[in-house]
Write a protein that binds this ligand. Structure first.
Ligand code: NAD
Ligand code: ZN
Length: 387
């Protein structure tokens, strides 16, 4: 240590994770957004710049008018500085120009730290707009309105924002909790079935690592979930969001400074598969395969009994998730399976020691620091045989 005296003070910044549930958030009769934006914690903020996922605005042609009527109705409290559309989906996170466009809007609309940015869209749009908000002027408060099941249950309710770099998932990003999340169930009415289903996989993930009873509930409600019955969907979203927020708030590591990331169960392979498929596989589809691999791996290594792994795989099947992709067979010039590179990339992204979450039982997890690649390959082969 140095001979000179050093200076040290603790800094603690209280954050509040707030997730609200509603329908028709921009109906003039729904004061939720106005109340949140003008709450005691808001510090008298007024200016609002809104980004909408193009698929959402196409599916809801009256949304822009509704938003404008909403701000007219509450014009004493709020000022709308623009409603911009962005093409959502993973291509947005891969588009290096997109951040420049958002920064340009923030500059030209004079959005400052005393304004709000609102993101309405799928997880990819929320990640991108949230990152722009977190970095412009060193941080502008943002609201998230997730419009997919995966966004409402998982991607939208956390503290992470980011974009891809060089096709690597979330390589550039920031931890910046949103000012509030508004889960508006009415947006789900226009979501295609495949994306409706995708949110279920993060619920299965969180049930596997934290809550056996939730897993039982998903099993018992598989039929209703397959029919996308609103009551079942709303419940799975609510329970999954609750788990995510509770984990972030109480795990002691909200900004993931350590190495343990149980919410990333099944994700080391998933992120690599998304990249290998050039994002033809969606995040939810890739996570289903990643969970299947790590479940069979847990069984092959003797950590998880066969009945449990059968139950998990059969639930994935009942909910119509594929558990295999040809991408798992792709090899590099040295004959090494590309997907296994995902382990090293996962470690690199996290820093420190490789830490992978595995299962002991349904609802109970633990961590390992290495994976036997032969056993990973054997698990993948077993999945291929199950097709
Ligand atoms: N920040 C986090 O903590 C976190 C966690 C998990 C996942 N993610 C990220 O979230 C992304 C996946 O999010 P996603 O599953 O929501 O997919 P997505 O954002 O790619 O959206 C899926 C598709 O649905 C469209 N869409 C969105 N809402 C719609 C609606 N209501 N009606 C019709 N179409 C609609 C989008 O334009 C897109 O084409 C990935 O990039 C993933 O890495 C982030
Ligand atoms: Zn995920």
């Amino acid at each position: 240590m140095s001979d000179f005296p050093h200076i040290e003070y603790p800094i603690s910044i209280p954050y509040q994770l707030r997730v609200y549930f509603t329908k028709h958030a921009f109906d003039v009769k729904n004061p939720l957004f106005r109340d949140l934006a003008c709450s005691k914690e808001s510090g008298n903020r007024r200016k609002v710049l809104i980004y909408v996922d193009e698929a959402v605005s196409q599916a809801n042609p009256s949304l822009a008018d509704q938003i404008s009527a909403y701000f007219d109705r509450y014009s004493e409290d709020l000022r709308l500085m623009g409603v911009e559309t962005l093409q959502g989906g993973e291509s947005l996170k891969n588009d290096e120009n997109c951040l420049h466009r958002i920064y340009g809007d923030i500059e030209s609309r004079k959005i400052c730290r005393h304004s709000y940015i609102v993101a309405i869209g799928g997880g990819a749009l929320l990640d991108t707009v949230g990152f722009a908000a977190a970095t412009a002027h060193r941080g502008i408060r943002h609201f998230r309105f997730p419009t997919t099941t995966l966004g409402q249950a998982d991607a939208g309710v956390g503290v992470k924002n980011g974009v891809n770099y060089n096709r690597k998932k979330n390589f550039v990003g920031a931890f910046a909790p949103p000012f509030a999340v508004v889960n508006d169930f009415s947006f789900l009415e226009t979501l295609p079935d495949m994306h409706l289903r995708n949110g279920y996989i993060e619920a299965i993930k969180v049930a596997l690592i934290r809550d056996e009873k939730f897993f039982d509930w998903i099993e018992a409600n598989a039929q209703a979930l397959n029919r996308f019955e609103p009551a079942a969907m709303q419940e799975i979203i609510h329970r999954c969001a609750e788990h995510h927020v509770a984990h972030i708030a109480t795990s002691g590591d909200p900004f993931e400074m350590g190495s343990v990331r149980p919410l990333d169960f099944g994700h080391w392979a998933a992120h690599k598969l998304e990249q290998l498929s050039e994002f033809a596989l969606s995040h939810g589809e890739a996570v289903a395969i990643g969970i299947a691999i790590d479940t069979l791996y847990s069984e092959e290594m003797g950590y998880l009994d066969k009945d449990c792994s059968n139950r998990i795989l059969s639930l994935l099947k009942r909910l119509n998730f594929e558990t295999y992709s040809d991408q798992l067979e792709r090899r590099n010039e040295r004959g090494y399976p590309y997907v296994l590179e995902g382990l090293e990339e996962f470690r690199e992204h996290l820093g420190g020691l490789l830490t992978i979450t595995l299962l002991k039982r349904i609802g109970s997890r633990f961590e390992v620091h290495e994976m036997d690649t032969d056993v990973v390959l054997k698990s993948m082969n077993r999945l291929k045989e199950l097709i």
